[in-house]
Design a protein around this ligand. Sequence first.
Ligand code: SF4
Length: 190
Amino acid sequence: MKRSLPFVVRQAQLMARTDSSLKKFLYESLKKISSFSDEAEKLKWIHSQVDILITQSSNESKCQKGCHHCCYHPIQLSHIEINNIKEKYLISNPDRLKVQKANIDKDDGLNSSLEYKDRACVYLNNTGTCSIYEDRPLICRLTHVQSNPEYCHWENKDRPIEHLPVTKAALLVGAFYMGHSEIDFIPNFL
Ligand code: SF4
């Protein structure tokens, strides 16, 4: 299903409209992405590039090892990412997936009517770690905050979350998504 792009990506695309260096970066990214004939190689490349760009600004990130508040928010990804994950990994919590799938008709994959424990990503381990870390979705890689990490907890959703500006990485993800229009929430793909 075609959904609107994640907020951080749309924001970066908006900035690129008026910033010539970002526009140039977007153009070069699109050119590079279209040069891949192998989807797996393309995904590998985009993962590495996004990680490099994020690392460059990660000293300003307040995200802490062990924190997984953002894993309770709905995660959007493209069909190429989910296919790669499905090929390599089992779902960490099949029972949670059942609950989320049964709920899809009610809230379209957003999990907003679920109890907090059932909102967690189906790839989140009981120990609070990501079971698909190496291949985690692009949106998970982009998510870093400059605000108090506690504000990311669902129960603090009225507190202001300040995202780390990751404009180039988000533009790169947007460029990748342009060729992969099928974007949806994780349970809708499983
Ligand atoms: S894929 Fe991993 S990092 Fe992303 S929400 Fe799920 S558990 Fe968290």
